[in-house]
Design a protein around this ligand. Structure first.
Ligand code: BTN
Length: 326
């Protein structure tokens, strides 16, 4: 109810009467009053005036369960939501919840992680009050060899959300980093539990750098935060809610064919590598070529100088620009 009260108050520029809230939720005045008080404790400034009702004063961005839920517009993505002020890793927590039978669309969000995990065994710096860390649980019925493509689906979703909420022209660096002006603003870590040819669950973890911060030395040159480009504060809850809307839509398209055929065009339009010379860091031998976009399996098509085209599978290799990260 608290999230819905918030959404209602936010919608109205004017006061919403206590009577209207009671009628809307079918509860007593005391119950409404209690919910309002709890919201105030969470940091919301709500003005109460006799005979007029309640009015939400301009918010200092509160990042929490109610704020995210009050902005969610999805059918299932993010609808079973848990929020932590601090947790070891949202991926670890999401896997535990999935093991316990959490439904598809379960979302774990944190303000801070004490053991944030990156790809290739690296860590992911996760300070409080600055960024977005979340993990979404999905339980698809397609075969496990399709699963890695879901990270590309999430990349599309985060890219759309960043563009919509912040106006920044972000782009995807294949397969699933998001960049703004050539610097990484978001990373993803997908993990799954499989039994023979059956997927128990997949967790897709996303870290988005939002507020300006000092990055660890190893990534200081290549990482950036969204607010460096907007110059104004970004509402993290709105960002999470928009990612959920976009992911829900793209995921449903993906599941129809269990490949990226319905999303290839949009992905390629968002791909920063398209038409650029890339260095393919293949353990079997590095080579350079021109990136041409992805195919329906999410492989990057790279044209070599001799005119032949290679389809690169993300699991084994990564790509860099010839002059740097992109
Ligand atoms: C990368 O190395 O680029 C992937 C980074 C993934 C970080 C996110 S933050 C939320 C989720 N929980 C984790 O421990 N990792 C992912």
């Amino acid at each position: 109810m608290k999230a819905e009260i918030l959404a209602l108050l936010r919608e109205r520029a004017d006061y919403v009467s206590g009577q209207e809230l009671c009628g809307h939720f079918g509860v007593s005045r005391t119950a409404v009053w209690k919910a309002i008080n709890q919201l105030k404790k969470e940091g919301y400034r709500i003005k109460a005036v006799q005979n007029k009702g309640y009015h939400l004063l301009p918010e200092e961005a509160v990042f929490g369960k109610n704020e995210i839920e009050s902005r969610l517009q999805t059918k299932w993505a993010g609808r079973n939501l848990s929020f932590y002020e601090s947790i070891n890793s949202t991926n670890i927590r999401a896997k535990l919840e999935a093991e316990d039978g959490a439904p598809e669309g379960t979302l774990v969000v944190a303000d801070m992680q004490t053991a944030g995990r990156g790809r290739r065994g690296r860590g992911w710096e996760s300070p409080a009050g600055r960024n977005v860390y979340f993990t979404l649980v999905v339980k698809p019925s397609f075969a496990p060899d399709r699963a890695s493509m879901l990270t590309l689906v999430m990349a599309l979703a985060v890219n759309r959300a960043i563009r919509k909420v912040t106006g920044i022209s972000s782009a995807i660096k294949w397969p699933n980093d998001l960049v703004a002006e050539g610097r990484k603003v978001c990373g993803m870590l997908t993990e799954m539990s499989v039994e023979r040819d059956y997927i128990h669950y997949i967790v897709i973890g996303v870290g988005i750098n939002v507020a300006k911060q000092e990055f660890p030395e190893e990534i200081a040159g290549t990482a950036a935060a969204l607010e460096e480009f907007t110059g104004s504060p970004i509402n993290r809850a709105e960002l999470v809610a928009e990612v959920m809307s976009a992911f829900e839509e793209y995921y449903e398209t993906f599941c129809r064919t269990a490949d990226l055929s319905g999303l290839t065009q949009e992905y390629n339009e968002s791909l920063v590598n398209s038409g650029r010379t890339v260095r393919v860091l293949d353990p079997k031998g590095e080579f350079c070529g021109t990136a041409k976009g992805i195919n329906e399996l999410g492989e990057l098509l790279v044209e070599r100088e001799d005119g032949t085209t290679e389809a690169i599978y993300a699991g084994e290799v990564s790509v860099r620009g010839v002059y740097g990260y992109v």
